[in-house]
Design a protein around this ligand. Structure first.
Ligand SMILES: [Mg+2]
Length: 302
């Protein structure tokens, strides 16, 4: 088992005898990695904040921390470096607990030999790599579950979650809450005459244009196709209508490339005390329908 994957090992250990023992074992195994030793958990953490290391050996009882909190505190500080816990024979049960918390392995002091040490390091590094890769994949899935792939803004599922939360807040604190729904006019024509690549480009540009012109706490999402939603907390209908009018005129004035112009129709409504998610969005949809009926490229409130 090669240890070429190891460049730096950090040993957080306050007992000089144990430090020496580990040092000798690593040397006897021909391990070429640099061994950095610190006595306190806080020193280990500050070392890790500035330096990369491949594996950490952690004594659980240190001058500034003892028992399982030692592991927890180190895990909070470093999330991608494997940790092997060193426990005394008397507190071996801590080892399994430490692994449950997120350490990769544990070794009983007084019961370690060189080969075991190397094996433990090798597997700790491999397991940690898998764990990190798994977490990245999970994060990506979570992101994809709430972000619209084309525009990078929230998708409908995420929007509904946030809308539900805002509705509860409006109900509880009787604060204003307004909703704007808008839809690009004759979007099918753009796709048909310019192609879907241009169509997609228009959707992305609109998303960017609106993102740049709403408040940080407004919630913006792609509702589906060429339909978008802007949820505007602490805004009453008339204020939301002003915002909608601003977005409408920005969109109408925007050059989408090669002189291509696109307009949008807007529906605006305000939360009423007996509203559900369905009734609130349906009323906004009706306002949008009115805007379409009345000639498009306009804002209607309902
Ligand atoms: Mg100790």
């Amino acid at each position: 088992m090669s240890d070429k994957f190891l460049h730096t090992i950090l040993l957080i250990e306050d007992d000089p005898g144990d430090v020496l023992l580990l040092q000798e074992m690593l040397e006897l195994q021909g391990c070429k990695a640099r061994l950095v030793t610190v006595e306190r958990l806080s020193e280990g953490i500050s070392y890790l904040q500035q330096n990369h290391c491949d594996v950490i050996f952690l004594d659980m009882n240190l001058p500034d921390s003892s028992g399982l909190p030692t592991v927890t505190r180190l895990l909070e500080a470093v999330s991608t470096t494997p940790i092997i816990v060193l426990t005394g024979l008397s507190d071996g049960s801590f080892g399994t607990e430490a692994v449950k918390l997120g350490a990769q392995d544990y070794l009983l002091k007084g019961d370690i030999d060189g080969r075991m040490l190397k094996r433990a390091m090798f597997y700790a590094v491999e397991r940690k790599k898998l764990e990190v890769a798994l977490k990245q994949t999970r994060d990506l899935f979570e992101r994809e579950a709430r972000i619209d792939y084309l525009t990078g803004i929230y998708n409908r599922m995420m929007f509904n979650e946030l809308l539900e939360a805002e509705l509860q807040r409006a109900r509880r604190y009787t604060t204003d809450l307004s909703l704007i729904m808008f839809d690009l006019d004759h979007f099918k024509k753009i796709n048909d005459s310019c192609g879907h690549t241009i169509g997609d480009h228009v959707l992305k540009e609109v998303a960017q244009l609106v993102s740049d012109n709403i408040r940080a706490h407004d919630v913006f999402a792609r509702w589906g196709g060429e339909e978008f939603m802007v949820l505007s907390p602490k805004n009453m209908q008339s204020q939301a209508a002003v915002l909608a009018e601003k977005l409408r005129s920005l969109c109408a004035a925007h050059d989408f490339g090669n002189g291509l112009h696109v307009t949008a129709s807007f529906g605006v409504t305000q939360y009423k005390s007996d509203d559900t998610l369905e009734s609130f969005t349906a009323r906004t949809d009706e306002a949008l329908y009115l805007a379409k009926e009345n000639g498009r490229n306009r804002v209607e409130s309902h």
